[in-house]
Design a protein around this ligand. Structure first.
Ligand code: GYE
Length: 350
């Protein structure tokens, strides 16, 4: 069962999506808020029957959502899922793009607190450094939901729930494929690793799960590991450098498809054949990655599901209503080899 899509609902309700750029000054923010208010006045979302995403007083629930950025195909699909699901649930979405900077997320969260949104959700770019701002939200009595990425705060009362994948498990699945692929005893296998954003939960956990699993076979060695920041250009640049210093790379493990796709460009430019000379394992399974897998340029992809929107909106309604929710909601995911990618591609949503 895939999480997310099966819960998609078609409910009425007014969509009010607003993008807050972190660089906007106070004045611009106020002007934008006035615009939203004007839109609310004319939208007819207030009176009448209780809307699907309505709060106690019948008015639409407001969700402040701080997104990491737009660094990858996964992120684009995730943003669309959140926006679509908010619209379908009749929840007013205040959307803020942090451009991969923690300071921008902290600013966005503070602004959500000032605006007294009903619920705050965010996908923390890195794990550490959230306690102060989360405490501010708690004091203001605004429930917080973590989506996609975790924080390392020891005080788990700072947020209501964490919805997202098990990244350690994803790393294990990537490692397991390699363990099986090299089971014949092929001699030393030189692996290079493209890590995600330094300090982010998926980078830390995907590295850990992979390392733990490949330790089963002492022939499998990570000879270089560096961040490509989850971007295509980062993946290309770091792979170019890897290829210069290490002429003997057998396997690339990239923490996401985009970095793997960038690395493919570097591998081809170096006159090598991706998927054959250098085997490639990635995580995400977005369309471009799945196409490269179907074409034999990537050998294996561990799925990470970005369609968290519908589940998030369900949780938003529950926490806003003061209902109990589980501390952790894990997304179910699968894996793909070339044959599975070919079969899945025609109906792939993202
Ligand atoms: O794998 C990567 C994105 O946090 C799960 O972030 C997410 C990761 C995803 O940039 O492509």
């Amino acid at each position: 069962m895939r999480c997310g899509s099966h819960r998609r609902r078609r409910l009425g309700g007014t969509v009010r999506t607003r993008t807050t750029l972190p660089a906007l000054g106070k004045l611009a923010a106020l002007a934008a808020a006035a615009l939203v208010l004007a839109a609310c006045g004319g939208g007819g979302g207030g009176g009448g029957a209780t809307a699907p995403g309505a709060g106690a007083g019948g008015e639409a629930l407001t969700l402040g959502f701080s997104q990491v950025g737009a660094e990858s195909g996964w992120r684009t699909a995730n943003t669309k899922s959140v926006q679509d699901a908010a619209g379908a649930a009749g929840i007013e979405l205040q959307f803020s793009d942090a451009q991969q900077k923690q300071e921008n997320q902290i600013k966005a969260i503070r602004s959500f607190i000032q605006q007294r949104v009903d619920v705050i959700a965010f996908s923390p770019v890195v794990e550490s450094g959230w306690d102060t701002v989360l405490m501010e939200a708690k004091r203001a009595n605004i429930p917080v939901i973590l989506t996609d990425r975790a924080v390392d705060s020891t005080d788990t009362t700072l947020y209501k729930t964490f919805l997202g994948s098990d990244f350690v498990e994803e790393g294990r699945k990537a490692g397991q494929w390699l363990v099986e692929d090299t089971a014949g005893g092929s001699g030393p296998v030189n692996i290079v690793e493209l890590q995600g954003t330094t300090g982010s939960a998926p980078a830390i956990d995907r590295q850990e799960g992979f390392a733990e699993t490949i330790a089963q076979n002492p022939d499998l060695k990570v000879i270089a590991s560096q961040t490509g920041d989850f971007t295509r250009s980062g993946g290309r640049q770091v792979m170019e450098a890897f290829l210069k210093t290490h002429p003997d790379i057998d396997v690339l493990y990239a923490h996401n498809d985009d970095m793997g796709l960038g690395a493919i460009e570097a591998i081809e430019a170096a006159g090598k054949v991706p998927g054959t000379d250098i085997k490639i394992i990635t995580v995400d399974a977005v369309k471009d990655g799945m196409q490269a897998l179907a074409d034999g340029k990537i050998n294996y992809i561990v799925e990470c599901n970005p369609l968290l929107g519908p589940q998030l909106m369900d949780l938003v309604k529950k926490v806003a209503a003061g209902e109990e929710v589980p501390q952790r909601v894990v997304t179910e995911e699968t894996t793909f080899d070339t044959a599975a990618a070919k079969a899945a591609l025609p109906s792939r949503q993202y």
